[in-house]
Design a protein around this ligand. Structure first.
Ligand code: NDP
Length: 518
C-alpha cells in the first residue's frame, strides 16, 4: 500500500483527470496521513464509460456463475492475506478501533464475497421450463447492467463489499463512490479485485465529492442501477436523479431503532446488550439501538447498572488495542453530536453520563466524545426522533408491551431493533409488531450476508444480502416459445375478437392475449 491512493478506472490505477488530490484525515489525531486522487465529473464519466464497455462488450456478464464465483473467492482470499494492513488502514482512515477492524470488518468483507460467490455458483440463472398448451415458457435472470454504489463513511470497507460482491456476482459491472472522509480501503478493495483477475472495467472506484462525482454517476444515462447507503436526505436526492432514465434503486438510509427491554429480562446480560446495541462503533451505525425502551418496574436498577458500565468504556486512539471506542469520524460529525446533546438538554433531558468531548492524552487533535446516556426523554423529543449518528442513547420508560410497540413504531424510520426478555415467546410477539426490516432478540447487530437487510418506511427501499439482495442486481425475463409450428396461418391477435365457445371451459393457464392452443 502506498500513501497516495489512485482511482480504479478501466482496469488501471489512475490519477484524477485534474491531477488534483485531497488529504485523508486520521480522526484519532486530526492530522492528514494520506493523499487521494480527487475525482471529478470527468473521472466519473470515464468510469461509467469503462463499466458500460465492460458490460456491453466484455466477458463478465456472459460468464458462468461458477466462473464469476471463482474470482469472488479469490478476492476473499486476497482480503484475508491482506487483513492486517487493511484493518490498520480502516482504523486510521475511519477511526475503527483496531479490534473492531480486525474482528468485525475484515471478517464481514470475506464472508460477503464468499456468500455471493456461493449464490452465483448455484447457476440459478434460469427457472425450469414450463409447458403450457401451445407454448413453452421459462424465466431467465440477467444482470441489470452498470451499477453505481455510493457508500457512507461509517463502515467503508464493509460497504464496499456489500455493493461490489452481489453486483459482480450477478454479472454486472460497478462504479463505487466511497465517502470523502473514508475512501482508502474501498480503493484498496478495487485494486484487489483487479489482482484477483476480475476483468478490466468490471470494478471501478472513483473517490471525490458526492455532489461532483456522485451526482454525475447517478444522473448518467450509461448507468442502470444505483445502490446507496447514507442519509435519508441524500437518498431523496438519489431517487430524483435516478428518475432521469428510471434506474433501479436500492436505498439503505437512516434509522432510529428501538431496543425494548421487558421486565423479565436477565438484567446483567441485557445491560451489556443494550450498550453493545448503541455504543458499537460510537453509535455511528444506521441500525444502532439508539432508543432504549425499558419497562418501568426495572427502570431504576437497569439505568444504574447501565450508567456505571458505560462510564467504564475506554475511549482512545483507534490503533490502540486497549480502546473500546475510537474517535468520531470527523470534526463535523463531532459537532453534530455535540449539537444534538445540547438540543436534548434544551428539551429537558437529563445527561446521566457523558455529554462532553473526551480528552485523550497525546491525541488532543482527535475527535473524541464520551459515551452519553440521556434520561427523562419523551418519545416526541427531537433526540428521540432524529438520527444523531454518535454515542448517544436516549432512555424512555414504558408500562405495557403495547406502549413499547407503539413507541418503537413512533418513528419515520424502520431499519432495525431489539427485544430483550427471558421469554422468547413474549419477545417474538413484540418483535413481530415492530415495523422494521430486522429485529434481534436478546442480541444486536447480528447482520449476516445470508439474510436480507434493509428498511421499512424512510429507512429505505429494497434489501441487501442473501438471495433477495442478489436479486436486486438481476433483471427478470419471461421467454415464451410458441409450439404451434409453421402450419399456423395467422398471428393470434385476431383470435381475441372471436371468443366463440359454446361450452364454458376451464380457465387456461395462459394469460389473455397468449396464443390459443393448436
Ligand atoms: P451522506 O448521506 O451525505 O453521504 C453518504 C454518501 O453519499 C457519501 O459517499 C457522500 O459523498 C454521498 N453523497 C452526498 N451527497 C450526494 C449527492 N447529492 N449525490 C450523490 N451522492 C452524494 O451522509 P453524511 O456523510 O453527510 O452524514 C450525514 C448524516 O447521514 C449522518 O449524521 C447520519 O445521520 C447519516 N448517515 C447515515 C448512514 C447510514 O448508514 N444510514 C451512513 C452515514 C451517514 P461525500 O462523502 O463526498 O459527501
Amino acid at each position: 500500500m502506498t500513501d497516495t491512493y489512485k482511482l480504479v478506472i478501466g482496469g488501471q490505477l489512475v490519477d484524477a483527470a485534474s491531477e488534483e488530490t485531497f488529504d485523508s484525515i486520521d480522526p484519532s489525531t486530526g492530522k492528514a496521513f494520506a493523499a487521494v486522487a480527487k475525482g471529478s465529473p470527468e473521472d466519473a464519466r470515464k468510469a461509467a464509460e469503462a463499466a458500460r464497455k465492460a458490460f456491453d462488450e466484455g466477458p463478465w456478464p456472459k460468464m458462468k456463475g461458477r466462473e464469476r464465483a471463482a474470482a469472488l473467492l479469490k478476492v476473499a482470499d486476497l482480503v484475508k492475506q491482506n487483513a492486517g494492513p487493511l484493518a490498520e488502514l480502516e482504523a486510521k482512515d475511519a477511526g475503527h478501533t483496531i479490534r473492531m477492524a480486525k474482528g468485525a470488518d475484515i471478517g464481514m468483507v470475506i464472508s460477503t464475497f464468499r456468500v455471493f460467490a456461493e449464490i452465483a455458483a448455484k447457476e440459478n440463472d434460469e427457472e425450469p421450463l414450463a409447458r403450457n398448451p401451445g407454448s413453452m415458457n421459462y424465466v431467465r435472470y440477467e444482470p441489470v447492467g452498470v451499477c453505481v454504489g455510493i457508500t457512507p463513511w461509517n463502515f467503508p470497507i464493509q460497504m464496499a463489499a456489500w455493493k461490489i460482491a452481489p453486483a459482480v456476482a450477478a454479472g454486472n459491472t460497478v462504479v463505487i463512490k466511497p465517502a470523502t472522509y473514508t475512501p482508502l480501503t474501498t480503493l484498496e478493495i478495487g485494486r484487489l479485485c483487479l489482482e484477483a483477475g476480475i476483468p478490466e472495467g468490471v470494478v471501478n472506484v472513483v473517490a471525490g465529492s458526492g455532489v461532483a462525482v456522485g451526482e454525475e454517476l447517478v444522473g448518467s444515462p450509461l448507468v442502470d442501477k444505483v445502490a446507496f447507503t447514507g442519509s435519508t436526505e441524500v437518498g431523496r436526492r438519489i431517487m430524483e436523479l435516478a428518475s432521469s432514465n428510471i434506474k433501479k434503486c436500492t436505498l439503505e438510509l437512516g434509522g432510529k431503532s428501538a431496543s425494548v427491554v421487558l421486565d423479565d429480562v436477565d438484567l446483567d446480560y441485557a445491560v451489556d446488550g443494550a450498550m453493545w446495541g448503541v455504543f458499537f462503533h460510537n453509535g455511528q451505525v444506521c441500525s444502532a439501538g439508539t432508543r432504549l425502551l425499558v419497562q418501568r418496574p426495572i427502570l431504576d436498577e437497569f439505568l444504574a447498572e447501565l450508567t456505571k458500565r458505560t462510564e467504564g468504556i475506554r475511549v482512545g486512539p483507534a490503533l490502540d488495542p486497549a480502546s473500546d471506542e475510537g474517535p468520531i469520524v470527523s470534526e463535523t460529525q463531532l459537532e453534530t453530536v455535540e449539537r444534538y446533546v445540547g438540543i436534548g438538554r434544551d428539551e429537558g433531558a437529563d445527561v446521566l453520563t457523558g455529554g462532553e468531548r473526551a480528552v485523550v492524552e497525546g491525541h488532543e487533535g482527535g475527535f473524541y466524545y464520551r459515551p452519553t446516556i440521556l434520561g427523562n426523554v419523551k418519545s416526541g423529543m427531537r433526540v428521540a426522533q432524529e438520527e444523531i449518528f454518535g454515542p448517544v442513547l436516549v432512555v424512555i420508560p414504558f408500562e405495557e408491551e403495547a406502549d413499547a410497540v407503539a413507541m418503537a413504531n413512533d418513528s419515520i424510520y424502520g431499519l432495525a431493533g431489539g427485544v430483550w426478555s427471558s421469554d422468547n415467546g413474549r419477545a417474538v410477539k413484540v418483535a413481530e409488531q415492530i415495523r422494521t426490516g430486522t429485529v434481534w432478540i436478546n442480541d444486536y447487530h447480528m447482520i449476516n450476508p445470508r439474510y436480507p437487510f434493509g428498511g421499512y418506511k424512510q429507512s429505505g427501499i429494497g434489501r441487501e444480502h442473501g438471495e433477495m439482495g442478489f436479486n436486486e442486481y438481476r433483471q427478470v425475463k419471461h421467454i415464451h416459445v410458441d409450439l404451434g409450428g409453421p402450419s399456423r396461418a395467422r398471428h393470434p391477435w385476431w383470435d381475441l375478437t372471436v371468443p366463440k365457445r359454446k361450452e364454458p371451459s376451464a380457465p387456461s393457464p395462459e394469460t389473455p392475449g397468449s396464443k390459443p392452443s393448436g
